[in-house]
Design a protein around this ligand. Sequence first.
Ligand SMILES: [Zn+2]
Length: 79
Amino acid sequence: MEKYVCLTCGRPFNEGQGIILRIGERDLTFHSKACAYKFLKEVLQNADSGCISSPLREIYRKYDEIREKIEERAKKKKI
Ligand SMILES: [Zn+2]
């Protein structure tokens, strides 16, 4: 079993645990959601806003549609 080290706190963890995100050629490895959040939040806050505005808009729109569908379904259930 492969061993990974959390990029945020240095804690080792086994394959199948924690969070592993492959971005390009790089593996981002975190032992917990909290560590992943801490790291990725800094990435987003330090990223050039011009670079992330387009994917941000796309993903925002995607979840906007998902939320609408959930709301629609909830409304139908009430009727
Ligand atoms: Zn960690």
